[in-house]
Ligand binder design. Structure first.
Ligand code: NAI
Length: 428
């Protein structure tokens, strides 16, 4: 395997045009990101990241780019690549690469070899802080560059799947530096996973297929944070939502919410659309494909492209062809066409027209990322190796910045109330 990949600017024909377009996308997003705007002002003045090298593997699009630039303007050297071969916007990547403190290796559509070579190129900058979405960079550092761990202050992880992998690594005693579970904060999970995934997945599927949600049977696999958002917003657009779950309390929650809950084996035959949000593998397999209706749409919003088993589907297919941009039809021997969107990769970022979550939502997630990177720089030596919850006061601060920007005022506890809430000695 090649262990280095050139920066994006060396892969594009018209770099200047790409940079200009990427900058335009970033400027638009930033207008709707008041938290990053406020933090950028503070960090630009204080340069808290001076002397740090931040290695990042994230979805390289306009909102992420504003986080990257904030870190660079706060004094860091930043090297970044993608965390999914189809979510990169080359123009945004090129705009980042033009910044004197940033090297961007993200290029859309790279094969597996170049995807990992680009991660190696980032790691070659010898990061002192890592920021991941899915944990690929942490894995490469631990397995192939353990000598860097000594000088790494810590890291941040953006998504559920990455946090799951990191906790498993931590339990095995294999995680050798502290990492904040940014995904698990209220400011991330209650907005990004629920509203962001719900809105952007449904919007992307509708735009990619030019089809309506009204009256469709939409099967949502997994009723976690993402699944809840997808189910709620699909129901809001007049779809009949069916939920599949393996966790009994979440299945019950979906049932009490009024959705039909079924095993996938029964849901699959009713489905007009199946959208997976489990973070697990083989959720939709051969036995399900065999019973699906002609024309069904299959999409995944979980982190990896393993939820819909495409090997099984390919085995069953007598033909496969591009039905639309971003839609591949798999034709069965009885003539049914099963349509896979965005190669079964996370649909809201990997479909050709996908833009990811709305800017306002990512402002919150990336606001948490920014304050966590700062916490690592200021107090990193107070954290042992392992996965750490983000300190609650940091998350609250990000919420306050957003409420301020929105002009929303709210109550505060009085001293008496605070004392009451913290005490066990009083009864009625
Ligand atoms: P979560 O842990 O809250 O929910 C996952 C749910 O799936 C759980 O309730 C679990 O019981 C259920 N599940 C697991 N295996 C299943 C199976 N075989 N059948 C049915 N249900 C099953 O996780 P969250 O936060 O909802 O994230 C889900 C996935 O989405 C992760 O891979 C995460 O990284 C990804 N994600 C994607 C985003 C996007 O932009 N598309 C944004 C945020 C997260």
């Amino acid at each position: 395997m090649s262990t280095s990949y050139a920066p994006v600017s060396e892969h594009l024909d018209d770099v200047e045009a790409a940079r200009a377009e990427g900058r335009r996308k970033m400027d638009w997003a930033l207008q709707h990101m008041p938290i990053l705007t406020a933090l950028r002002e503070e960090y630009e003045a204080e340069k808290p990241f001076a002397g740090q090298t931040i290695g990042m593997a994230m979805h390289v699009e306009a909102k992420t780019a504003n986080l990257v630039e904030l870190l660079a303007d706060g004094g860091a050297e930043v090297a970044i690549t993608g965390c999914n071969p189809l979510s990169t916007h080359d123009d945004v990547s090129a705009a980042l690469d033009a910044h004197e403190n940033i090297s961007s290796y993200a290029v859309r559509g790279v094969d597996d070899e170049d995807y990992y070579a680009a991660i190696h190129s980032v790691v070659a900058h010898e990061p002192t802080i890592t920021v991941d979405d899915g944990m690929d960079m942490v894995k490469v550092v631990h397995e192939e560059y353990p000598e860097l761990i000594e000088t790494i202050v810590g890291g941040c992880e953006e998504t559920t799947t990455g946090v799951h992998r990191l906790r498993a690594m931590d339990e095995d005693g294999a995680l050798e530096y502290p990492i904040f579970a940014v995904n698990d904060t209220p400011m991330k999970r209650l907005f990004d996973n629920i509203h962001g995934t719900g809105e952007s997945s449904l919007a992307t599927i509708a735009m990619t297929t030019n089809l309506s949600w009204a009256s469709k049977n939409v099967v949502v696999a997994g009723y976690g944070y993402c699944g809840k958002g997808v189910a709620k917003k699909a129901a809001g657009q007049n779809a009949n939502v069916i939920v599949t779950e393996v966790e009994p309390r979440r299945a019950l929650e979906a049932h009490m919410e009024g959705y039909e809950v079924l095993p996938m084996a029964e849901a699959a035959e009713k489905a007009d659309v199946i959208l997976t949000t489990t973070g697990n593998r083989d959720v939709v397999t051969r036995e399900h494909f065999e019973q699906m209706k002609d024309g069904v749409l299959l999409a995944n919003a979980g982190h990896f492209d393993i939820e819909v088993n495409l090997d099984d589907l390919d085995d069953l297919a007598v033909d496969r062809y591009e039905a639309r941009d971003g839609v591949e039809a798999f034709e069965m021997d009885d003539g049914r066409r099963l349509n896979v969107i965005a190669e079964g990769r996370l649909v809201n970022l990997a479909a050709p027209i996908a833009l990811g979550h709305p800017a306002e939502v990512m402002d919150q997630s990336f606001g948490v990322q920014a304050v966590c990177v700062r916490e690592l720089v200021d107090n990193g030596d107070e954290y042992d190796a392992g996965v750490h919850d983000v300190p609650d006061e940091l998350d609250r601060r990000v919420a306050e910045i957003k409420l301020d920007a929105e002009g929303v005022d709210h109550d505060e506890l009085t001293d008496e109330q605070r004392e009451y809430m913290g005490s066990w000695q009083h009864g009625t």
